[in-house]
Ligand binder design. Structure first.
Ligand SMILES: CC(=O)N[C@H]1[C@@H](OP(=O)(O)OP(=O)(O)OC[C@H]2O[C@@H](n3ccc(=O)[nH]c3=O)[C@H](O)[C@@H]2O)O[C@H](CO)[C@@H](O)[C@@H]1O
Ligand SMILES: C=C(OP(=O)(O)O)C(=O)O
Length: 426
């Protein structure tokens, strides 16, 4: 595998950066293509990421044929009059998000057999809310030899209250409800922009989904669904990561076509830290101050501060003046990057889900390992400002969610290379 080497301490990022389509949008969009029984779903602005390749393989295995034109960043998903019922272990275990194929399979076939998705390093990730919702729609759920089996002669619309606005459960239940008999109402639904993007595609495919982006989503079941064309929404987490990069390096970076509305909580916190934002015709300009101020942040479901920006934000807090606080309320084990950052001189006290971070302008580069996707970006960001050389390993995490991250940073002036890891590390 590769490693990234960053030489930090002096870089002031400058220039423009283009943002890809969102990983967290395109994965459920690919699952949605399984609902079409005729025609082609054409997705554009598709990010080239390892997670996308994995989801392509799963959806293709299930029966919707996928062709990915990487140069055009376009996927054509050709519908099949029949799809398979089993999502096997070798496809599902590799990626948590693959559980969202369960709703479409169940909706189309009246039964679904899906391998239990893997847990992951950021915390335990149960699927009880997904399953309880399917049950309320009339499905019987059993677990057998590592597989979840759901059966319903015909899914029926239901009034479902989610105990927590889970992104995946909201998506899975919307997907199942599109072809159910009658009306499904989801209360306390997730409101992330990626949910809105999913509803937009589904409606183009002939579904009837209203209220996405609010906490009450109403889905009227339809008989069948067909092909459609859709451009994947911009990745607000990639955009946010570059905002933090500019903020940390006294940078001046234009995030092309940034959708500020999708990043309100981040922009609000960075502004509090002294970062300047200007909306320009072609994007959002982010100018970092000479010294960031400390801040307190708590992660929450959208429209609160996103947990997927937590690690990157702690990198900014690590160099801010004074003591900052980070409270992680969404995942119970998402501070592992802080242990790696200690190798660079970070002073942090962690008590359960709260980290007290002492800002330090004397961090030193070190050899570190990515512990999860966003941790990998956060460690690279800290490498930009730490003195000397930082080597970041385990880049398979980075490749799940960032396309050409080091090249984009290099184009903004960073001293960064990606090379083969002679030590043969993963
Ligand atoms: C592919 C994708 O879009 N991934 C995102 C999605 O993950 P994902 O959809 O897995 O996240 P959820 O919103 O479902 O999970 C949030 C919290 O709810 C809990 N929970 C979830 C489902 C359930 O049935 N029971 C339960 O207890 C989880 O353990 C977690 O503590 O939203 C997360 C929260 O914004 C993001 O960090 C992920 O990047
Ligand atoms: C946690 C993330 O993704 P996933 O849910 O796919 O693991 C993420 O995108 O930061």
């Amino acid at each position: 595998m590769d490693k990234i080497i960053v030489k930090g301490g002096q870089t002031k990022l400058q220039g423009e950066v283009e943002i890809e389509g969102a990983k967290n949008a395109v994965l459920p969009l690919l699952a949605a293509t399984l609902l079409a029984s005729e025609g082609e779903v054409v997705l554009t602005n598709v990010p080239i990421l390892s997670d996308v390749f994995m989801m392509n393989n799963l959806v293709d295995h299930l029966g919707t044929s996928i062709s990915f034109d990487q140069e055009a960043k376009k996927i054509i998903a050709k519908a099949n009059s029949e799809i398979k019922t089993t999502a096997p272990y070798e496809y599902v275990s590799k990626m948590r998000a693959s559980i969202v194929v369960m709703g479409p399979i169940l909706a189309r076939n009246g039964q679904a057999r899906v391998s239990m998705p893997g847990g992951c390093s950021i915390g335990s990730r149960p699927i009880d809310l997904h399953l309880r919702g399917f049950e309320q729609m009339g499905a019987t759920i059993t677990q057998n030899a590592g597989y979840i089996e759901a059966k319903a002669d015909k899914l029926k619309g239901a009034h479902i209250y989610l105990d927590f606005p889970s992104v995946g459960a909201t998506q899975n239940l919307i997907l199942a409800a599109t072809l159910a008999e009658g009306v499904t109402t989801l209360e306390n639904a997730a409101r992330e922009p990626e949910i809105v993007d999913l509803a937009n595609l589904l409606n183009k495919m002939g579904a009837n989904v209203k209220g996405a982006g609010t906490d009450t989503i109403i889905i009227k079941g339809v008989e069948k669904m067909h092909g459609a064309k859709h451009s994947v929404v911009q990745d607000r987490i990639e955009a946010g990561t570059f905002m933090v990069a500019a903020a940390m390096t006294q940078g001046d970076v234009l995030i092309k076509d940034a959708i500020a509305e999708h990043n309100r909580p981040l922009i609000s916190k960075l502004s509090e830290m002294g970062v300047n934002f200007t909306q320009e015709e072609t994007g959002l300009r982010v100018v970092g101050p000479e010294k960031l101020k400390a801040t307190s942040v708590k992660t929450l479901p959208h429209p609160g501060f996103p947990t997927d920006m937590q690690s990157q934000m702690t990198a900014a807090q690590a160099i801010a003046a004074g003591e900052s606080v980070m409270v992680e309320t969404v995942f119970e084990n998402r501070f592992q990057h802080l242990e790696e950052m200690r190798r660079m001189g970070l002073e942090v006290d962690i008590t359960r889900n709260t980290a007290l971070i002492q800002g330090n302008s004397n961090l030193q580069g070190a050899a570190v390992k990515s512990t999860d996707l966003r941790a990998s970006a956060a460690l690279i960001l800290l490498g930009l400002v730490a003195k000397g050389q930082t080597t970041v390993r385990r880049l398979s995490h980075l490749d799940r969610g960032y396309y050409k991250f080091h090249e984009k940073l290099k184009a903004l002036g960073a001293d960064i290379v990606r090379v083969k890891d002679e030590d043969g590390e993963e």
